[in-house]
Each structure stands twice: as structure tokens, then as C-alpha cells.
Ligand binder design. Structure first.
Ligand SMILES: CC(C)(COP(=O)([O-])OP(=O)([O-])OC[C@H]1O[C@@H](n2cnc3c(N)ncnc32)[C@H](O)[C@@H]1OP(=O)([O-])[O-])[C@@H](O)C(=O)NCCC(=O)NCCSC(=O)C[C@@](C)(O)CC(=O)[O-]
Length: 308
């Protein structure tokens, strides 16, 4: 299949990127500053918060304040995770544009992450999706551990396909396939997409790859060839996974954008501004910039970051 001409980047850094950040809870104005800068880069879909239990994920405890503090840019979708009805109600009140439910392809990961089985999680999502529909809000569905689980090891592509199919049939408009611990390689990624695409049209799939083993760009190239045209990424490669020691963040948005530009694929995102934003947030968090492109273009980006 020919490569897509356009790719939609879904920015993960305010949620997946920050949810596991060690140390004290990050100030709300840093989170809103990040989101506003990302919107200024031309990103049209920003996962901005997570309406989960603050006991489970303290970094996301100010989700409502974050949503209230951002300067909404027309045309940008500000989305949030909602694991249950309580999360949905809070997200609705906070004015998010899209909610996301999240399941796993591995039973053990499901238990550790959301404290229930895969089947129970799907049942829990039914009223969330119903309420979202009643309020005209789109729902995204995640499947985690699609290329490997920290507890169960390899995950069969058919197992991923079943959960993806269920979420799609329940009404999720897009299924984001998460290599949560970044263990995948291109052949595995292709086999997984082949299996899922038998149940969910490829135009409704997104790739959500972490970069722990440095394979994320190769995996993305492989699935682009299969027609996947929505990519989740996190500026400066922010993120990690609390259940997988050493797991790194999402693939860096700057690195994905550089790859896509080299392939002549349109995204509408400005690389210089993105690099500046990556440098800015790393400075705020006193953190290493996990983007190779961010490092390579760092000086240039930094200068522009002051105005980004
Ligand atoms: C799902 C639960 C809530 C179950 O947690 P639980 O303890 O089984 O649920 P519960 O219903 O017994 O509630 C426990 C307490 O949490 C409260 N609570 C309950 N729900 C909410 C809510 N929505 N918002 C705020 N508070 C909530 C509830 O009110 C109660 O408060 P208490 O009575 O003890 O004071 C919990 O396990 C949880 O919040 N998990 C979230 C974990 C998480 O966010 N993980 C990271 C995101 S997933 C991910 O990273 C993968 C992904 C998407 O990025 C893709 C990839 O990389 O592969």
C-alpha cells in the first residue's frame, strides 16, 4: 500500500507524557503552558488531561483546572482519558472535546492499570460511551500492551484484534494501539495491524508506540506502509510506564515529524516551534530531552522557544 499523503498527529505529552513524571506534582500553569504552545505548533489534537483517580495518578489530579486554564484555539480537539462514568462526568463538566476509554490486550496489565479484568473494563465503558453519544462527544478507544506485556510477555495479535474490535463495535471512532512498553519490532507491528485490520478498518486505527528499545520510528514506518495515518507522539519523548521498569515515553513528536517531512507527508505542524516547545518543557521540568531531532536542532529551537 502507498504511504498516506497526510498524517494526523495526536499529541500525548500533557497526559501520557506527564502522568508518570516523578517528583512533586507539576504546577497547573506549566501544563497549560505546554498545551497552549503545542496548539501554537499546529497540532490539532492534544490529549490534555486524565480524569482518573488522583490516588492512582496524582500528576493528573488537576485535570479540571488544566482544562479551565488553557486558551482554547479554534479547530483544536482537547481530549482526555476517562476510565469510568465518574471520569466522564468530570470531563464533560470541564469541557473536553473528546474522551478516551482505555483497555488492555493483557489481563495482568488491565488489573494493574485499572484494577479490573478486560471484560469488566469493557462493561464499564458501555455507559461512558452511551453518555458521550448522548452529549455528542466522540470517544477514542485505547488498547495497551499490543506488542508485549511487562507481565505476560508476547501478546498474540488476535488477542489485540478482539479488544480492538469490541471497542470499535461499542462505538469508539478510533482505536489507538499502544506498544505500552516499547518492545515491538516492525514485523510484529505489521502482523498486529494485519490482525486488527481484519476487524477494524485501517482508517480508524492509530499507532501509539513507545520508544524503549529505539524501535518506534521503524515500527511507525512499517505501519504507515499498511495505511495507518494517525500517530500518537509526545514532544521531547516525555513519558514512561509505571508498570515497566526502564520503559521510556512515547516516540518523540519532533522525531516523527522529521520522519514524515522526509517522506513528504503533510501534518500541518511546524517543526521549529515543536522543537522549541520540547526544549521549553524540558527546561521547566529540568529533564533530559528525549527527542533526537530536538537535540540536533536544539539551539535553533531554544531561540524560537522564547516566542513560541
Ligand atoms: C479506574 C480506577 C478509578 C479504578 O480504581 P478502583 O480503586 O478500582 O475504583 P473505585 O471505583 O473503587 O474508586 C476508588 C476511589 O477512586 C475514586 N475514583 C474512581 N474513579 C474516579 C475518577 N474517574 N476520577 C476521580 N476519582 C475517581 C473513587 O471515588 C474512590 O474514591 P474514595 O472513595 O477512595 O475516596 C483506577 O484504577 C484509575 O484511576 N486508574 C487509572 C490508571 C491510569 O490512569 N493509568 C495510566 C493511563 S493508561 C495508559 O497509560 C495506557 C495508554 C492509554 O497511554 C496507552 C499505552 O501507552 O499503551
Amino acid at each position: 500500500m502507498a504511504l498516506p499523503q497526510k498524517v494526523r498527529l495526536v499529541e500525548m505529552s500533557p497526559r501520557d507524557g506527564l502522568q508518570n513524571e516523578p517528583g512533586p506534582v507539576i504546577a497547573t500553569d506549566i501544563k497549560t503552558g505546554l498545551i497552549d504552545r503545542l496548539a501554537g505548533c499546529g497540532l490539532t489534537h492534544i490529549e490534555s488531561a486524565s480524569f482518573v483517580s488522583p490516588k492512582w495518578v496524582p500528576q493528573m489530579g488537576d485535570a479540571a483546572e488544566v482544562m479551565a486554564g488553557i486558551q482554547r484555539k479554534p479547530g483544536v480537539c482537547y481530549s482526555a482519558l476517562t476510565p469510568n462514568l465518574k471520569g466522564f462526568e468530570n470531563a464533560l463538566a470541564a469541557g473536553v472535546n473528546e474522551v478516551a476509554v482505555f483497555a488492555a490486550a493483557s489481563e495482568s496489565f488491565s488489573q494493574k492499570n485499572i484494577n479490573c479484568s478486560i471484560a469488566d473494563s469493557l462493561e464499564r465503558f458501555v455507559p461512558v460511551i452511551e453518555q458521550a453519544r448522548a452529549n455528542g462527544m466522540p470517544v477514542r478507544g485505547y488498547v495497551s500492551t499490543v506488542l508485549g506485556c511487562p507481565y505476560e510477555g508476547d501478546i498474540a495479535p488476535e488477542q489485540v484484534a478482539e479488544v480492538a474490535r469490541d471497542l470499535y463495535q461499542m462505538g469508539c471512532h478510533e482505536i489507538s494501539l499502544g506498544d505500552t512498553i516499547g518492545v515491538g519490532t516492525p514485523l510484529k507491528a505489521k502482523r498486529m495491524i494485519d490482525a486488527v485490520a481484519r476487524h477494524v478498518p485501517v482508517e480508524h486505527l492509530a499507532a501509539h508506540f513507545h520508544d524503549t528499545y529505539g524501535q518506534a520510528l521503524a515500527n511507525l514506518y512499517a505501519v504507515l506502509e499498511q495505511g495507518v495515518a494517525v500517530i500518537d507522539a509526545s514532544v521531547a519523548g516525555l513519558g514512561g510506564c509505571p508498570y515497566a521498569k526502564g520503559a521510556s515515553g512515547n516516540v518523540a513528536t519532533e522525531d516523527v515529524l522529521y520522519l514524515l517531512q522526509g517522506l513528504g507527508i503533510e501534518t500541518g505542524v511546524d517543526l521549529d516551534k515543536l522543537v522549541a516547545t520540547g526544549n521549553w518543557i524540558c527546561g521547566q521540568l529540568n529533564r533530559h530531552n528525549g527527542s533526537k531531532v530536538g537535540q540536533a536542532l536544539g539551539g535553533k529551537g531554544k531561540q524560537q522557544g522564547e516566542t513560541a
